[in-house]
Design a protein around this ligand. Structure first.
Ligand code: SF4
Ligand code: SF4
Length: 66
């Protein structure tokens, strides 16, 4: 079954923390205050973080092998 998950472009992330605040699964952490990282084992691919990110640097991807 395909699994959807969020992926952050860490180079463009401005570490505002908005994505971490809205994630219903607490799957996003700001790594050492510099950029957001997604725990794929917790992410359900809802896309809320991607819609919230003011920098538009989160994309929801589909892993067909998961
Ligand atoms: S897609 Fe949903 S569950 Fe996954 S990190 Fe974003 S807000 Fe959290
Ligand atoms: S909302 Fe966007 S810019 Fe802000 S921490 Fe998350 S990924 Fe980075």
């Amino acid at each position: 079954m395909a699994k959807r998950y969020a992926e952050v472009n860490s180079v463009l992330c401005v570490s505002c923390g908005a994505c971490a605040e809205v994630c219903p699964k607490s799957a996003i952490k700001i790594w050492r205050g510099s950029y957001a990282i997604v725990d794929k084992s917790l992410c359900i691919g809802c896309g809320l973080c991607a819609r919230t990110c003011p920098a538009g640097v989160i994309e929801v991807k589909i892993n067909e092998l998961a």
